[in-house]
Design a protein around this ligand. Sequence first.
Ligand SMILES: [Ca+2]
Length: 102
Amino acid sequence: MTKQMEYEIDYLFNELTGGKADFLNEVTLHQALKAANIHMDRQEVKKIVDTYDQNGDGRVDKFEFWSFMLEIMKKELIEQQDSIIEITNMFHDADINKDGVL
Ligand SMILES: [Ca+2]
């Protein structure tokens, strides 16, 4: 977890809530997405809120938003590492005489 990531999550949360609330719900998320030109119907927005909302109060508070974002970022990090391993393997495959040079 870097300071940059912390900043980005905080920034995104404030963007979505308009800095006016410490939680998101179906209505505020729907408005935020619309403002960002992302058009989802209420059913889709509800699905997102349900995914974020861990204690089932119909709201996504900052803590829930954080843990969701961390999961996404971790997944992305793992995918990045996977592609590094893939590239390394490709290098080893192409390095037929195994002298470490192509
Ligand atoms: Ca909640």
